[in-house]
Structure formats: structure tokens, C-alpha cells
Design a binder for this molecule. Structure first.
Ligand SMILES: NC(=O)c1ccc[n+]([C@@H]2O[C@H](COP(=O)([O-])OP(=O)(O)OC[C@H]3O[C@@H](n4cnc5c(N)ncnc54)[C@H](OP(=O)(O)O)[C@@H]3O)[C@@H](O)[C@H]2O)c1
Length: 325
């Protein structure tokens, strides 16, 4: 390996991939290789092979994925399973073919069973039925973990292969999707409170009772965790994982109710109206929290609290809203 490693970040225009690139650029000690979706379709085996043969990176962050909300997952299940499986298989296999020793695969908390005990630990994987709405996506993500594991098991000793996986909790921050119908709870609430503020609406109505508990992580903290896990000494990574349970959860460990979240966003945006909860609408799971104690035992901690993270997210939302006018 040259003194400055060459690092391929797949999905560098996405929320997580762009945050990983920001972290790597700040550290400044690597050459970063990126390709847009248009330049390199990661579902295309021949193109991915050519790319790896040409670039021969030292490390790979696999943050490219076809992602979407419940509606998109339900409407396009074939696209979700096919595209994610293909991207993972192509990138992981071609990385192996050109001698990549370290690779980090990004999964999601939806790999865990719908009724997994809370907080969800890594060993809840494959212990029960998945949430049906995103099962194809979750199966593809589980396959990604198992691809990494299988290459480690078969080629770890002989080729020094060390492919790792991280499962992030709900993320938010710069690069988030603020689509009015198809966004996660934080960007959706930022948009709603912002619109209510500029239109002088007296109240904002939020679905459900406001009591469900959720966990959030600012995306730059996720990027720091990704770089940290990628570079964690092999013996330390292995002492917190096992050959067939090789992934690590990444969460803030801080729970907030939807009501607390809404009140914090209202304050950050400076909205003066009231919040109404429509208890006739569904709540979703009462609690969704990751158990990230394994990662925390290695010394990692999130640095940005919800208040600070929401302020930056809102500033970024305003910049983009103004730019797009
Ligand atoms: N956001 C969250 O709250 C969250 C939480 C847990 C886990 N994660 C995980 O983190 C990873 C990244 O998520 P994200 O939020 O950053 O998603 P994102 O913003 O949608 O970014 C995904 C990136 O992948 C690219 N991509 C998709 N299909 C591709 C293809 N066939 N070839 C090349 N590039 C392709 C996309 O490019 P185009 O846009 O041009 O298609 C996009 O730049 C995913 O694995 C996701 O499961 C995210």
C-alpha cells in the first residue's frame, strides 16, 4: 500500500457517503476516488469490474444503496432487492478480486426482526420475522453482512481480507431528503414547521400520540464512526464481533419521544404556533432503539447532540430551499 491510501467511497453524493467524504477530506491523508451513479452504475458487473481493475483502491466504503420510505419499498420491492444485492455483490467481489483488504459495508436497523427485544443488539439478527413492508430491502442488507462475513471466513487468513459492517440508527443532517411525501420524521417535521412558520399557520398537526420513543444520530457522527470502525485495530474489532456475527450497531444511545422531538424542532425553527397530536393516526412501534454498547466499549461516542444537529440541519435546509427557488 502506498503511503497515501486510495479510498473508494461508493455513494458519495448520498447523505452518508458525502459525510464520509467530508471526514476523509478533513483528515487529508488519503486519495479519495468517487464516481457518480451516472458514471458508474454499481449494479453493472462489467462496469464495476473495469472500475476496480483500473483504480485498484486500498479501501472501500460501501455507502451506495437504493433507499426509500415505506411507500417506495412497498411499490418497488423487486428494484429494492435486486439493485441492492447487485451493488453489494459487485462491489464486494470486485474489491476482493483486486486485493482490497479493508471494506466497510453500511446496513440499516431494518435488518432486525420486527419484534426484536429493545434495545436491539447485534445478536437479534435472524432471530425472527422482518417488518414486511421493507423485507426485500432488509434481506439485501442482511446478504451484504453475510457477503462480508463469508469473504472474511474464506479469505481472511489466506488473503488478509477484513470486511466490516455497521448498522446505523435513524440518521439526519446535511444531504437529507426533504421530499414532502417521502421523507423520514426529522426532515418531514423540519419542512412542516418551517412552512407553518412562513405561512403563519396557528397549529401543526402530527400523526399519532407523540409517545413513541426513537433514537437519532447526526450524519457526521455516523461518518466519524464509519472511519473509526474502518481503522479499528483488527484484534479490537474481532474481540467485539465473531466470525458469523460480524456487524456493529451505531447509535447515539439517546432516546426521545416524538413529542420531545417535535418541541425541539419547533424551538429550533422559531415557530410560535401550537402542536396538536392526532391520536387517531397510527403510532408505529412504541420503541426503536439500537444497543450500541459493543461499539461504545471500544471508546467511540457520538459528539453532536440533537439540539446542535437540528440547528445545522435547519440551516442546510434553508440554504437549499433558497438555492432551489
Ligand atoms: N439515511 C438514514 O437514516 C440511514 C439510516 C440507516 C442506514 N442508512 C444506510 O446508509 C446507506 C446510505 O444511505 P443514504 O441515506 O446516504 O442514502 P442516499 O442519500 O439515498 O444515498 C445513496 C447513494 O447511492 C447512490 N446509488 C444508488 N444506486 C446506485 C447505483 N446503482 N450505482 C451507483 N450509485 C448508486 C445514489 O445515487 P443516485 O441518487 O444518483 O441514485 C446515492 O448517491 C444505505 O445503505 C442506508 O441503508 C441510512
Amino acid at each position: 500500500m502506498s503511503e497515501r491510501p486510495k479510498i473508494f467511497v461508493a455513494g458519495h453524493r448520498g447523505m452518508v457517503g458525502s459525510a464520509i467524504v467530508r471526514q476523509l477530506q478533513m483528515a487529508g491523508d488519503a486519495d479519495i476516488v468517487v464516481r457518480t451513479h451516472q458514471e458508474l452504475d454499481l449494479t453493472n458487473q462489467t462496469a464495476v469490474k473495469q472500475f476496480f481493475q483500473q483504480e485498484k483502491p486500498d479501501q472501500v466504503y460501501l455507502a451506495a444503496a437504493k433507499v426509500g420510505g415505506i411507500h417506495a419499498n412497498n411499490t418497488y420491492p423487486a428494484e429494492f432487492i435486486y439493485q441492492n444485492l447487485m451493488m453489494e455483490a459487485n462491489v464486494i467481489h470486485q474489491a476482493f478480486e483486486v486485493g482490497v483488504k479493508r471494506l466497510l459495508f453500511l446496513g440499516s436497523s431494518c435488518i432486525y426482526p420486527k419484534l426484536a427485544p429493545q434495545p436491539m443488539s447485534e445478536d437479534a439478527l435472524l432471530t425472527g420475522t422482518l417488518e414486511p413492508t421493507n423485507e426485500p430491502y432488509a434481506i439485501a442488507k442482511i446478504a451484504g453482512i453475510k457477503l462480508c462475513e463469508s469473504y472474511n471466513r474464506q479469505y481472511g487468513e489466506s488473503h488478509g481480507v477484513d470486511y466490516r459492517s455497521v448498522m446505523p440508527t435513524n440518521l439526519y443532517g446535511p444531504g437529507d431528503n426533504y421530499h414532502p411525501e417521502n421523507s423520514h420524521v426529522i426532515p418531514a417535521l423540519i419542512r412542516r414547521f418551517h412552512e407553518a412558520k412562513i405561512q403563519n399557520q396557528p397549529e401543526v398537526v402530527i400523526w399519532g400520540t407523540g409517545t413513541p420513543m426513537r433514537e437519532f444520530l447526526y450524519v457526521d457522527d455516523m461518518a466519524i464512526a464509519s472511519v473509526y470502525v474502518m481503522n479499528l485495530e483488527k484484534t479490537i474489532y474481532q474481540s467485539h464481533t465473531s466470525a458469523m456475527l460480524s456487524h456493529l450497531n451505531v447509535g447515539s444511545g439517546v432516546e426521545v419521544s416524538i413529542k420531545q422531538l417535535a418541541e425541539t424542532i419547533k424551538k429550533v425553527i422559531g415557530y410560535d404556533g401550537t402542536i396538536q397530536f392526532d391520536a387517531r393516526k397510527p403510532d408505529g412501534s412504541p420503541r426503536k432503539l439500537m444497543n450500541s454498547s459493543k461499539l461504545m466499549e471500544t471508546g467511540w461516542r457520538c459528539k453532536i447532540n440533537l439540539d446542535e444537529g437540528l440547528k445545522v440541519a435547519y440551516r442546510e435546509f434553508l440554504n437549499n430551499t433558497c438555492k432551489n427557488r
